[in-house]
Design a binder for this molecule. Structure first.
Ligand code: TXA
Ligand code: MG
Length: 346
């Protein structure tokens, strides 16, 4: 299959219309959102949704998010829209927040992986919303990467993973947030299953105290069940080893320089994901600056792209840990998984 890429950054109408036509015909389309690129199919068509799992190599027991273009569309997808759901939608939608509630029975099992709940989100990105509106159906979409790889934040990343497997990619440029949406279950006591740009404190200011899943910063233990099936799989891993170094910026940078020297002496190609604060320690070595430690969002925005860039140049990638608070929690959740939880204390 030939994969066509259409740039929708300036005039998106023709591209969006072709994409909507493909969705209605039961085909797959990759499209930009404000978080990462999604791989979309008609969310009410089980056969179309199955193609997503095949293209990504995604395990069938990992459920998908339905993307809507209007808040009122949730009425058809959940058994009810609770006052809490309404408050959250009114505050954070459109935007990077996914809500999980009891599903209604018109949703194919392929979407929910047989669970009795369904995840729904209304993206902020204009192209994404135009595509959903034009298609006339909720669009089921995971991130548009091969399963296990870093999520795609440019159309080029999607092409790297899915070229020849899908008919169309809409190229909307680089994604603004760079990490996937916050996933919040609102059944019983609200609980964050995956952290993102909408933080715990932002949510608590609207609905009061919420819980955070243990698995966000820890690998699942043998025999544990995952609150969100996606958490049990290897995730975000580039084709290079990743080592996370925790400590003060100064200590972490020193430790990274020492490890860099010893791995290099052993014949390994090394690379560093630096920060604005520590860049000066790494002069003369292979590094790229993720962003500003004081603005973790800036580091989320570049993380997946720089993991993909460095995997082509290095065998080992060193990265500094951040405080796992607020947006730093989203950053550490992705980085620790990319590293397979390999952490060194400086
Ligand atoms: O920002 C995002 O959310 C992106 C863009 C494309 O919208 N999508 C995304 O989808 O990240 P995906 O499939 O890569 O991640 C969805 C996560 C998975 O960890 C999945 O297990 C979890 O949400 N999930 C989906 N439905 C669920 C459900 N009913 N119960 C628990 N977890 C669920
Ligand atoms: Mg994903």
């Amino acid at each position: 299959m030939q994969t066509q890429v259409i740039n929708v950054q300036h005039n998106s109408t023709a591209g969006t219309q072709l994409a909507a036509k493909l969705i209605k015909e039961g085909e797959l389309v990759a499209f930009p959102t404000e978080t990462v690129y999604g791989l979309g199919a008609n969310g009410l068509n089980g056969e179309a949704v199955q193609k997503i799992f095949a293209a990504k190599g995604r395990p069938n027991d990992n459920p998908l998010i339905l993307h809507v273009s209007r808040k009122s569309d949730t009425k058809k997808l959940w058994t009810q829209v609770t006052p809490m759901a309404q408050r959250l939608m009114d505050t954070f939608w459109p935007g990077p927040l996914t809500l999980i509630y009891e599903r209604s029975n018109n949703i194919p099992d392929e979407v929910t992986a047989g669970l009795d709940t369904v995840a729904v989100r209304m993206p902020y990105n204009d192209t994404a919303r135009a595509l959903i509106r034009e298609s006339g159906v909720p669009i089921a979409a995971p991130s548009a990467n091969s399963s296990g790889r870093p999520s795609p934040t440019t159309a080029q990343h999607v092409l790297e993973d899915l070229n020849g497997k899908i008919p169309l990619i809409l190229d909307g440029g680089m994604c603004r947030y760079g990490v996937e949406s916050t996933v919040l279950s609102i059944i019983g006591k609200p609980k964050i299953l995956r952290p993102g740009a909408i933080t715990r404190h932002m949510l608590e200011s609207v609905i009061g105290e919420i819980a955070i899943a243990d698995s966000i910063l820890n690998p699942l233990k043998e025999g544990d069940s995952a609150p969100s099936p996606g958490m049990k799989y290897q995730h975000y891993a580039p084709d290079a080893d990743v080592i996370v170094v925790e400590g003060t910026p100064y200590d972490a940078a020193n430790c990274i320089c020492k490890m860099y020297a010893s791995y290099e002496a052993a014949g390994k190609k090394c690379a560093i994901l630096a920060t604005k604060q520590t860049e000066r320690f790494y002069q003369g070595r292979l590094y790229q600056v993720l962003g500003d430690r004081k603005a973790p969002q800036s580091m989320c925005a570049t993380l997946f792209a720089l993991l993909r860039e460095m995997e082509t140049k290095a065998d080992i990638i060193f990265a500094e840990g951040l405080d796992a608070e607020e947006v730093g929690l989203a950053f550490m959740n992705r980085l620790l998984r990319a590293a397979g939880f390999r952490v060194v204390k400086a």
